[in-house]
Design a protein around this ligand. Structure first.
Ligand code: GAL
Length: 717
C-alpha cells in the first residue's frame, strides 16, 4: 500500500468535474476548495468524450489548465482514466464492444459503462487514452494518485466474453474432464465434449448449472481485473512514484472479488453509499470501513497473495503495440508540466497507522434509494466521514464537488449544492475540512480488532444460485448481522478471506461460509486446535470451492471441528419461527443437528425439531467451536457472540460506552485515540475515559459527554 504523492495528513475532497462547467467557474471552485481545506480532487473520471472528441482528435488543453489551476491553489489531483464511459464515436465505430446482457440484448450507448471488457477494441482504446494521460501528466506537480476507471463491475455475455471465458476456464481446469467433474455436468445431460460448446451463462430454459454460474462470476472478476492491471501497468511505467488505485463499488451488488483485487492496487479505495437513512446507515458505514481496512491489510501482505490466480491480460487481439506514452496533442499546453514538483517520488509505504485505505466517494447529502432520495440530517455527513476515519480511512472524499446542472445524476448531492456555497451543506463541508485538519495526528494510529468475521465474495455468488433450499438466504445479510451485533456489543472486527491467517484473532466468526476448500477447512481446524474460538453458522462448510456438496452430512468440511452432523435442513417460511429452549425464536432456517462430540447449549422447543440441538459447543484441541443452526434474533445473536468473545478473553473497546454510542480506538505504541460517536438524539455520558478532545481542545477527566449526533475524538492519557 502506498500513499498519494505529496499529501500529508488526511485527504479531503471528491470528484471534480470541471468539464461540465465554463472556465470562469473553475476559479471559484478552487477558491471554495481552499475555504473548505480541500486538498485532493479526482479529475476526469467521465471525461473521455472531452479528452478525445473523435477517434483521431485529442484535447488536453482544458485539463492542462485545470491541473495548473488546482496546483496553484494547493489542491492535489487523483487523475482518473475515463474508461468507464466510452464516447459516442467509440460505440458507433465498434458496436461489437457494446455490452450484451444474459438475455442476449446488446445495450446501446447513452448511459455509462457501455463497454465489454473482453472486446479487443475497447481494451485497445482504454490503453490508448490511459497511456496518453500518463505521458502528458507524468511530471505534473499536482499529480498525487492515479484513479483508474470507475467502479469496475460490468459483465458482458457477448461472443468476445465467451472466448475469454473459455480461455480462463482452460487455465482454471486444465482439461474438459476436470471441468465436467467440477460442474457435475452429468446432471441434465450437460457434459461438454468441446471447449467451443461452453458459453457464458446466458438466459436458459430453467435453472442454470451452479458450477458454471459460479465460475462465470469468478471469470468476470478476473477479466475486469486484467483490464485494470493493463492500465495500472502503463501508469506505473510512466510514473513509478505515483500510486495507482481504482474505486471499489460496495453494497448489495458484488461484481468483483475485492479481497483478491486488493493485491493489485496501491491503495484500497471504496465508494460508500448506505442504502438506509437511519441507524442502518451507521451500521453499513462501519461494515464497509471494516471491510476496506481488512482488504488493505491483505494487500499489505504480498506473500499471501493468491499464487494460483491468473490474469488474462490478453483480450484476444492485442498484438498491436502498447499505447504510446508520449502526448501528441496541443503543443504549448500544460504550463504545469515542467519539473517534478514537491513530493516527487514521495509515495510512502504503510506507516504505523496500518495499511492505507481511503473512502474515495460518499454522499454529502441526498443519496439515491429505491423510491425516493434520502436527505442526511445535519451533522450526519461529518459523523459518517469520521466513522470511516476512525476505522482507518486516510481521509474522506465525496461524490461530488459541485452539483451538475443536468445529466443523469442531476440531483445527486454535492459539497457545493445547487443552492451554492451559501447553504447548510457547504457550511458543513467547511466544518468537516477543519475537523479533518485537527485530526491529522490520528493517522499514526492503527485500528486493532480481536474478532475476525469470514468474508468470501464467492460464497455470496454461490448463495445467489436459484436452486437453493430457501429463497431467503442472503449472504450479505448473514455477514452483516454478525458484524452488527458485535459492533453493538462494542467489539472491533476485521474481516478475513478464506486464505487469510486466523491466528491473530482470539475469536473467528464464519457466517454462512458455504464454500469451504480443503485448505480452508484445514486452516480452521489448526486454528481451533491451537486454542482459537470459532463460531460458525448454518450453511458453512456445506460445499467445496466448485459448489459441490460434501457428502456424509452438513456442515461438510467443518463437521469434525464443530463436532456436529446435520442430517436435514428445515428452511422456514416467511414469518415462521422455531422456538428455542432459551426462549428466543429462530427464523429463516433450522436443521436436524446430531451431536458428534459437541454439547447442546440450546435446543429447539416444540414442533418437528422438539428437543433437537439448535446451538452447540465443541471443545476441539485447545479451542472451542460453536455451531448456530438457525438465524437468531439480533439480541440473542449478540449475547452468543459477546459470550464467545468473553470466553476468548476479548474486552469491548470502551466497556462503559452506553447504548447508542459507538467507540473505536486507534493506537500507535503508547499513544491512542478514542473516537466516540453518539448516534442518539440525546447527549450521552461516557464514563472512565480521559484525554483531550482533538475537535474542541477540551480535556476530559474521568468522563466525557458526547453531544447528540456528535463526535468526540480523545487523545487518550
Ligand atoms: C457512485 C459512482 C459515481 C456516482 C455515484 C452516485 O457509485 O462511482 O460516479 O454515480 O455513485 O451515487
Amino acid at each position: 500500500m502506498r500513499w498519494p504523492r505529496g499529501l500529508d495528513g488526511l485527504c479531503y475532497g471528491g470528484d471534480y468535474n470541471p468539464e461540465q462547467w465554463p472556465e470562469h467557474v473553475w476559479a471559484e471552485d478552487v477558491a471554495l476548495m481552499r475555504r473548505a481545506r480541500v486538498n485532493l480532487v479526482t479529475v476526469g473520471v467521465f471525461a473521455w468524450s472531452r479528452l478525445q472528441p473523435a477517434p483521431d482528435r485529442y484535447d488536453f488543453g482544458w485539463l492542462d489548465r485545470v491541473l495548473d489551476l488546482l496546483h496553484a491553489g494547493g489542491v492535489r489531483v487523483a487523475l482518473a482514466t475515463p474508461t468507464a464511459s466510452p464516447p459516442p464515436w467509440f460505440s458507433a465505430a465498434h458496436p461489437d464492444a457494446l455490452p450484451v446482457t444474459a438475455d442476449g440484448v446488446r445495450l446501446t450507448h447513452g448511459s455509462r459503462d457501455t463497454y465489454c471488457a473482453s472486446a479487443p477494441a475497447y481494451r485497445a482504446a482504454a490503453r490508448d487514452i490511459a497511456g496518453r494521460l500518463a505521458g502528458r501528466y507524468r511530471d505534473h506537480p499536482a499529480l498525487a494518485l492515479w484513479h483508474v476507471h470507475n467502479e469496475y463491475g460490468t459483465a458482458c455475455h457477448c461472443d468476445h466474453a465467451a472466448r475469454a471465458f473459455r480461455r480462463w476456464l482452460r487455465g482454471r481446469h486444465g482439461d474438459l474432464d476436470r471441468l465436467n467433474e467440477a460442474w457435475c455436468t452429468s446432471f441434465w445431460s450437460q457434459r461438454y465434449g468441446d471447449w467451443a460448446e461452453i458459453g457464458p451463462p446466458r438466459a436458459t430454459r430453467y435453472l442454470p448449472n451452479p458450477g458454471h454460474a459460479l465460475d462465470w462470476r469468478r471469470f468476470c472478476s478476473e477479466e475486469l481485473l486484467a483490464a485494470y492491471v493493463e492500465q495500472r501497468d502503463l501508469l506505473r511505467t510512466a510514473t513509478p512514484g505515483v500510486p495507482v488505485t481504482t474505486n471499489y463499488v460496495l453494497g448489495g451488488w458484488v461484481p468483483v472479488d475485492h479481497a483478491r483485487w486488493a493485491a493489485e492496487v496501491d491503495l484500497v479505495a471504496i465508494d460508500h453509499y448506505p442504502s438506509d437513512a437511519g441507524a442502518g446507515a451507521e451500521e453499513q458505514t462501519a461494515f464497509a470501513a471494516d471491510l476496506a481496512r481488512s482488504w488493505a491489510r491483505r494487500a499489505a501482505r504480498p506473500a499471501d497473495r493468491d499464487p494460483g490466480a491468473e490474469l488474462d491480460s490478453d483480450p484476444g487481439v492485442d498484438s498491436e503495440p502498447g499505447a504510446d506514452l508520449e502526448s501528441d496533442s496541443e503543443p504549448g499546453a500544460g504550463a504545469g508540466r515542467a519539473g517534478g514538483g514537491e513530493g516527487d517520488g514521495a509515495a510512502v509505504a504503510d506507516g504505523p497507522g496500518g495499511p492505507a485505505w481511503l473512502l474515495m466517494e460518499s454522499a454529502p447529502n441526498l443519496i439515491y434509494a429505491p423510491g425516493r432520495m434520502h436527505t442526511k440530517e445535519p451533522g450526519r455527513m461529518a459523523r459518517h466521514s469520521l466513522a470511516h476515519v476512525a476505522r482507518g480511512s486516510r481521509g474522506a472524499m465525496f461524490f461530488q464537488w459541485r452539483a451538475p446542472r443536468g445529466g443523469a445524476e442531476v440531483f445527486h448531492s454535492a459539497l457545493v449544492p445547487h443552492a451554492g456555497p451559501d447553504s447548510r451543506v457547504f457550511r458543513e463541508a467547511v466544518e468537516l475540512g477543519a475537523a479533518l485538519d485537527r485530526l491529522a495526528e490520528v493517522d499514526a494510529g492503527a485500528v486493532q480488532a480481536s474478532v475476525a468475521i469470514g468474508w468470501d465474495a464467492a460464497c455470496w455468488w454461490a448463495l445467489q444460485s436459484p436452486g437453493l433450499p430457501s429463497g431467503r438466504l442472503d449472504y450479505l445479510d448473514e455477514v452483516s448481522a454478525a458484524h452488527r451485533v458485535l459492533r453493538r456489543a462494542g467489539f472491533g472486527c476485521d474481516f478475513v478471506a478464506p486464505d487469510d491467517p486466523l491466528e491473530a484473532y482470539p475469536l473467528v466468526v464464519l457466517p454462512a461460509l458455504y464454500l469451504v476448500a480443503d485448505e480452508t477447512a484445514e486452516r480452521v481446524r489448526r486454528y481451533v486446535a491451537a486454542g482459537g474460538h470459532l463460531v460458525a453458522t448454518y450453511l458453512s462448510g456445506v460445499a467445496d470451492e466448485y459448489a459441490r456438496v460434501r457428502l456424509g452430512g452438513y456442515p461438510g468440511a467443518l463437521r469434525d471441528v464443530l463436532g456436529v452432523r446435520v442430517e436435514e435442513f428445515h428452511p422456514l417460511a416467511s414469518g415462521e419461527r422455531r422456538r428455542l429452549s432459551t426462549g428466543d425464536e429462530g427464523r429463516h432456517w433450522s436443521e436436524t443437528v446430531r451431536l458428534a462430540g459437541a454439547e447442546a447449549v440450546a435446543r429447539y422447543a416444540g414442533g418437528v425439531l422438539d428437543g433437537e440441538p439448535a446451538l452447540t459447543r465443541h471443545r476441539y484441541g485447545a479451542g472451542t467451536a460453536w455451531y448456530v443452526s438457525t438465524r437468531l434474533p439480533d439480541e440473542a445473536y449478540g449475547r452468543l457472540l459477546a459470550g464467545a468473545a468473553r470466553a476468548a478473553g476479548i474486552a469491548p473497546t470502551c466497556p462503559g460506552a452506553p447504548p447508542g454510542v459507538e467507540a473505536v480506538r486507534r493506537r500507535s505504541g503508547a499513544a491512542s485515540w478514542l473516537f466516540l460517536f453518539n448516534h442518539d438524539t440525546e447527549p450521552r455520558r461516557v464514563p472512565a475515559v480521559a484525554g483531550e478532545d482533538l475537535l474542541t481542545g477540551v480535556r476530559a477527566e474521568g468522563a466525557v459527554t458526547v453531544p447528540a449526533g456528535g463526535v468526540v475524538v480523545l487523545r487518550e492519557g
